[in-house]
Design a protein around this ligand. Structure first.
Ligand code: FAD
Length: 410
């Protein structure tokens, strides 16, 4: 591959004499992981991030399954782990709860300091040999025919055309690169969840669990309490845009959720974050000639749990490996890069599709129906709590509820 810089950057600019094979846009979990594996695979890799600090501002509940760190060879470290999650509780509206081990399907989990976590991932990318430029934005795609051949970059008010045979778009759920390439379509308002979270200090509660609350306290979504210390918790909720009159309504839901729980209401806010989460199906195509979409940009957030870090890490790794392979072979065609699309689909697509249908079914249930389901499962005292055993109970006790979950063959 030829690596050229089209325009002439000023002497001393970070783009002077730059040559690269892989350009990664966005230094979140997907981008830093993609850059790390692309560089480790021998590709000259540049990671650009528009913000001036990787990892901030944090827009995250900060909970993560343990096995996902293993998937990207990352050792859990006190440098970014705030607290371990041994088990999760899922609450129905009347306070009945079920306890499941771990977090979001993983055996164990962590609440991380997300800013430090993202920086740890960027350091891994740097250790593997990737070059990182902050305060640098992608403004547009460079194309030759139907192939992406680079990105127009902006740094401190100056723009350059940076060419690379493989570009990885890891620019988050509102991915501009995906849109510019025509690979993402507009989201339905029911598939876009507006989230608000406050970190509260001086709170009291059962800090051994991560808690999820279903029902009309967060209609169509859920509320969460993730503990970062014995007396500090991330308390947040998400509601689909289709259920909101205006965005300020999320704040009213969160205030009411906290006010109803004295252990949380006594806390003082130390941080507030707002952001969006997609609960759609993944993009139909995540690879074309010269371009891969990874993480939220490929809409890989789990539509049921809203957890996105894990799939960002895995898809980032797969994208970085596929990019390095394409560079080594001198083939960044759509056909060659489609191996990336197939790789993440074989690992994730079935679960994402099933979780999407469960999410759609849950959105149709009112509080009374959710309570009935939880009562039936709690009374059956299933140990262990497995999907087949839960389904057996629901078939016998609440068949009318199961019928709401269309397409799942319950
Ligand atoms: P991001 O982390 O969004 O990173 C994208 C990066 O690209 C950003 O740094 C951005 O600045 C940069 N960028 C964008 N455009 C450009 C451009 N043009 N040029 C250069 N850089 C650009 N997931 C979990 O697993 N657990 C949770 O507890 C959890 N809680 C959440 C709570 C909230 C309130 C929200 C909003 C989300 C939550 N998520 C959670 C989802 C999770 O944060 C995302 O799924 C995850 O960050 C996706 O990683 P990513 O690398 O794909 O994208």
């Amino acid at each position: 591959f030829s690596q050229t810089l089209i325009s002439s950057p000023a002497i001393g600019s970070p783009f002077m004499d730059l040559e690269m094979d892989v350009l990664v846009v966005g230094a979140g979990p997907a981008g830093s992981t993609a850059a790390r594996y692309a560089a480790a695979g021998g590709a000259r890799t540049l990671l650009i991030e528009k913000r001036q600090e990787i990892g901030t501002p944090v827009r995250c509940g900060e909970a993560l399954g343990r096995n996902w760190l293993e998937a990207v060879d990352l050792t859990p470290s006190s440098a970014f782990v705030a607290r371990e999650i041994a088990a999760s509780r899922v609450f129905s509206p009347d306070g009945t709860y079920l306890t499941v081990s771990g977090y979001a399907g993983a055996k164990g989990g962590y609440v991380v300091e997300r800013d430090l976590f993202d920086r740890a991932l960027a350091k891994e990318a740097s250790r593997a040999g990737a070059r990182i430029e902050i305060k640098t934005s992608a403004l547009g795609l460079l194309r030759e025919g139907d192939r992406v051949v680079g990105v127009v970059c902006e740094h401190l008010g100056e723009t350059w055309d940076v060419r690379a045979p493989v570009v990885i778009a890891a620019d988050g759920f509102e991915s501009q690169l995906g849109r510019w390439a025509g690979m993402t379509s507009p989201l339905r308002t029911r598939d876009l969840v507006s989230c608000l979270q406050v970190t509260l200090a001086g709170v009291r509660g059962d800090a051994a669990y991560s808690d999820l609350h279903l029902g009309s306290e967060a209609p169509g979504g859920y509320a969460w309490v993730f503990w970062k210390a014995e007396d500090v918790a991330n308390v947040g909720l998400g509601v689909p845009l289709s259920r909101l009159k205006d965005r300020a309504e999320v704040k009213r839901y969160l205030d009411a959720f906290i006010a109803r729980r004295p252990g949380l209401a006594r806390g003082e806010p130390i941080e507030e974050v707002a952001g969006g989460v997609t609960t759609s199906l993944p993009v139909e195509r995540s690879a074309m000639a010269g371009l891969l979409l990874a993480g939220d940009a490929a809409r890989l957030i789990d539509p049921l749990t809203g957890a996105g870090i894990q799939n960002a890490l895995l898809s980032g790794r797969l994208a970085g490996e596929a990019a390095a392979r394409a560079v080594r072979e001198g083939d960044a065609s759509g056909e060659r890069l489609a191996s990336y699309d197939r790789a993440w689909r074989s690992r994730l697509e079935e679960d994402l599709a099933r979780h999407y249908l469960v999410k759609e079914g849950l959105q149709k249930l009112d509080d009374a129906a959710i309570d009935r389901v939880f009562h039936a499962i709690a009374e059956a005292d299933l140990r262990p709590l497995t999907v087949p055993s839960v389904l057996d109970v629901l078939r016998a006790r609440t068949p009318e509820v199961l019928r709401t979950f269309e397409g799942l063959g319950f």
